[in-house]
Design a protein around this ligand. Structure first.
Ligand SMILES: N[C@@H](Cc1c[nH]c[nH+]1)C(=O)O
Length: 421
């Protein structure tokens, strides 16, 4: 029975000790980037009414959500996606604002999928949304920030793939085919199944320009030169405009010197229906799935009563962390330098002013009273395991400093020690 009490449900887990420290360090760095671009923090609730995420929103499908009821029988869901919550909140609190609004967030999202290959159903996301700006610069800003966030986290080898929801929609809306056929086409594009597409199209009559583009879909991937090729394949004005937009975004990326990080993928299929323009995903080695996702969603806020353009992205923090460990990239925890101050209860009147002084000086210090019957060595081992860089031991009028990295120790009088800090 006791043993069972120690388990967590499938798909969720504890994050503790050094892993938790690494996670906080990465979050801190990413947050710094979001702040540098002028984004302001916002918090929304962990659960919301089901309607915020219903099928009109175009987010995760209903079966993938954790649902429950409140005492008035309203259906609630653990948020599966941060973006609709931000859209709801903006429509409510910034309804009259017409200027660019930059909001950033950190929060956990929940997907009720079968957890396979150790995939988690609870994920920590950090992201940013830019509302009331429909410019190519705004599209580019999300991509540029995602790159800066990856760099700040310590990744060096990553790639951002950029697609266009409008390009795909341009073709699909112009295509005279049944919904069933369109769904099949969607699936073949998503799975990059060129043979399936060829067989499907051989039985269908359609304009050559659409047939050609569907047959070439798998090859609509690569650097900016691929866009030239795609432009020649279609005269559809929506598709042309969609490509022109990508070219404009590319120009902005070049001004930042960030074009080296990006590739274009017109075969990228929206994972959410709310996207209306550019879509992008960040990939690195050591994780199969994207570690960052984003795009433009100009119709979502209208669902909550505010007509406003919007774009943004999110970074999957847990996946960034596992990529960093698989790539053997260590995260310096220097900014988290910390120590333990050990004292015996009879020295409390000296220990408290001392710990206050240390904290005032910016040293992160845990105050630990030594339990009778326990050995100092046991505490030193515990502190080392906790990642403490230094341990102080207050014993009457003396303070001994143990340097955990070098193993050296030095004893000073309390007076001498106070004068140093
Ligand atoms: N919420 C999206 C990412 C995003 C943020 N803003 C725009 N898109 C996702 O989870 O995939």
């Amino acid at each position: 029975m006791k043993e069972k009490l120690l388990h967590t449900p499938e798909g969720v887990r504890d994050i503790y000790n050094s892993e938790c420290k690494r996670k906080s360090a990465v979050e801190k760095r990413i947050h710094h980037i979001l702040e540098l671009y002028g984004y302001q923090d916002i918090e929304t609730p962990t659960f919301e009414f089901f309607d915020i995420f219903n099928s009109d929103t175009g987010t995760v499908s209903s079966v993938e959500m954790f649902k429950f009821f409140d005492r008035n029988n309203n259906t609630l869901v653990l948020r599966p996606d941060m973006t609709p919550s931000i859209a709801r909140s903006v429509a409510k609190y910034y309804s009259a604002c017409e200027f660019p609004l930059r909001l950033s967030y950190r929060g956990n999202t929940f997907l009720n999928n079968r957890s396979y290959q150790g995939k988690l159903t609870e994920k920590t996301e950090m992201g940013a949304e830019l509302i009331n700006d429909d410019s190519p610069e705004a599209d580019a800003e999300g991509i540029i920030m995602m790159i800066d966030c990856f760099l700040a986290a310590g990744l060096t080898d990553f790639r951002i793939d950029i697609g266009q929801a409008e390009f795909y929609k341009g073709i699909m809306d112009a295509l005279e085919a049944s919904e069933e056929v369109k769904e099949q086409i969607h699936e073949y594009i998503e799975n990059k199944n060129a043979l399936g597409m060829e067989i499907l199209l051989s039985d269908l009559s359609m304009k050559d320009c659409y047939r050609n583009i569907l047959l070439e879909y798998n090859d609509l991937y690569g650097d900016v030169t691929m866009l030239e090729k795609a432009k020649k394949l279609t005269i559809n004005p929506r598709c042309q405009a969609a490509i022109a937009r990508l070219e404009e975004v590319y120009e902005v990326l070049k001004l930042y010197g960030y074009e080296k990080y990006v590739s274009f993928d017109l075969g990228m299929v929206n994972h959410f229906d709310y996207y209306t323009g550019i879509i992008f995903r960040g990939y690195t080695y050591g994780t199969g799935d994207a570690i960052g996702k984003g795009g433009r969603y100009d119709n979502l806020l209208a669902q909550f009563g505010k007509e406003a353009s919007a774009s943004g992205f999110t970074i999957l923090i847990d996946d960034v962390l596992s990529a960093l460990s698989r790539q053997n990239i260590s995260i310096s925890l220097k900014e988290y330098a910390y120590s333990l101050l050990l004292y015996k209860s009879e020295d409390r009147q000296n220990a408290i002013p001392l710990v206050v002084k240390l904290r005032d000086a910016g040293v992160r210090t845990e105050l630990v009273s030594i339990t009778e019957g326990k050995m100092l060595e046991e505490y030193l081992a515990f502190g080392k395991n906790q990642g403490a860089e230094g341990i102080l031991y207050l014993d009457g009028e003396n303070v001994t400093v143990y340097d955990m990295a070098s193993g050296e120790q030095e004893t000073k009088t309390l007076q001498e020690f106070r004068e140093e800090y």
